[in-house]
Design a binder for this molecule. Structure first.
Ligand SMILES: O=C(O)[C@H](O)[C@@H](O)[C@H](O)[C@H](O)COP(=O)(O)O
Length: 236
């Protein structure tokens, strides 16, 4: 479990964008394709906005989401809409490479979770899952004390009663996150410092879902100095 700390949120976002561009180039060169699960949250969206002018072969990049708010397709709360506005509508990514989780409207939350699970299975290995983390140590829409964090499988689950609005969501399971080759947790701000320390201290996933987020080949915490403030220097 590696850790990189940057001085300030802007530096974290810029350096993570550079790291992501380099990874995408490496994956496209090696395999002709890269698959990334994006995250919602303000840091995740700032990261996407930072990619707009970067050199990426978008025709080779596929994206999906590690979680989604179960709201109408055009709702401003929707992670996919925010990602489209920040990045996807501004770069030449083919529509067929954007694998959104279902929106509310045509199907129930449980049907949407089943459809998203099938879509994820068809997509194949996710090279990188990006995650933000809440001050309660939630990742994707896996919240402390809710049943989602203990749900088995490598698919997408229905989440009800999310303490962060909106209450209905779709989320990767812990197993789906763990089936990704790489997991990057991108976290900024003093309000996250306690949760970062808790998640990295071996807390139970029920108390700190972020503690259960591990990639198959890489788990990388990318923090600003405020989010890292409560870590022991040798824990860095
Ligand atoms: O749907 C969501 O709300 C996000 O996916 C969520 O998990 C987010 O990533 C964290 O809450 C961090 O959010 P910030 O980057 O805004 O702190």
């Amino acid at each position: 479990m590696s850790l990189v700390v940057h001085e300030g949120r802007a530096a974290l976002v810029a350096a993570t964008a550079d790291r992501l561009v380099a990874l995408l180039a490496e994956l496209v060169e090696a395999r002709g394709r890269a698959t990334v699960a994006l995250t919602g949250g303000s840091v995740g969206i700032e990261l996407l906005a930072a990619l707009v002018d970067c050199e990426v072969d978008w025709s080779r990049v596929h994206v999906t989401w590690s979680d989604e708010r179960f709201v109408a397709a055009d709702s401003p709360d929707r992670n996919a809409r925010q990602a489209r506005e920040a990045l996807l509508d501004r770069v030449p990514i083919p529509a067929g490479n954007v694998h959104e989780l279902p929106a509310a409207g045509s199907a129930s939350l449980d049907e949407a979770a089943a459809a998203a699970t099938a879509m994820l299975a068809e997509l194949g290995t996710v090279d990188l899952t990006l995650l933000g983390m809440g001050p309660d140590a939630h990742v994707a829409s896996l919240f402390p004390g809710l049943p989602g964090v203990a749900q088995p499988g490598t698919g997408v689950i229905a989440v009800r009663d999310s303490p962060k609005p909106p209450p209905e969501r779709l989320s990767f399971t812990v197993g789906a996150i763990g089936a990704s080759d790489r997991v990057w947790l991108v976290v900024a701000g003093a309000d996250k410092a306690e949760a970062v320390a808790l998640a990295r201290s071996g807390a139970s996933p029920d108390a700190a879902p972020a503690a259960a987020a591990h990639g198959r080949v890489e788990t990388l915490w990318l923090l600003d100095d405020e989010a890292a403030a409560l870590l022991e220097q040798d824990g860095r």
